[in-house]
Design a binder for this molecule. Sequence first.
Ligand code: HPA
Length: 277
Amino acid sequence: MTAARAAAEILHRAPGVKPRVGIVLGSGLGGVADRIADAVAIPYTELPGFPVPSVEGHTGRLVLGTLGGQPVACMQGRVHAYEGAGFDTLKTAIRALKLAGCDILALTCAAGSLQLDVGPGCLMAISDHINMLGANPLTGPNDDSFGLRFPSMTDAWDPALRALLKAKAAAIGIDLAEGVYVAYPGPSFETPAEVRMLKLLGADAVGMSTVPECIIARHCGLRVVGCAVITNLGVGLGDGPVDHDQTLRAASAAASELERLLVGFLEGLHEKDGPRP
Ligand code: HPA
């Protein structure tokens, strides 16, 4: 099985690290990986079945090491539904993290805000999601060795992990919003009418990723926590159009806040659970 081969390769290449937390870094947020101590970086091209991202701002390597006192496996670069390659490589990558020892997946992404009072530069803890991709990564035969045919999405975004994220944000002086993330297919940005619709449907932020990762992770029993970096107000809510360069620049500007929060969160896991057996 490809995920098992990828997991074996990960453990072989970084023998000193038994990762506990998988991290997925979103557009413009790859710098978090530079803070990982004793880092071993493996290009996705050297891991069986891993995705090869095609989008600027996504590097395409797995960085193993220690962050905030926790052994981590950090995906620097992700693939999106709009790249058109399907979800098989994403499934392989996330399941490989699980097989390599992770029990938590921390997802980050850039997103447009649908709330006027949560503007560019803000961070938003993801409390729930709406999948409007028109596709589900679990479509197709179920692999029973990973999870159920019909996995529950109640508390898909782990309440206890989110509480820790919020507590850490408060402790280190970061204003953390909280809300529902909707995945919209892209790659075109939304129209103003679509943004109004998404807001009516109950979403607080819109992006083109993150939901497939959460679904795959929950299916195989990983606990999921997520934080969106708000790079812009949704199209039509702010002034002028939104473009990818602008979202990358805004994500990079907010990345240091996200790094501080992520490190605080990982340290908090350690304080809460103690060292891993
Ligand atoms: N829409 C979709 N994806 C995004 C946005 C947006 O406004 N901003 C950053 N990623």
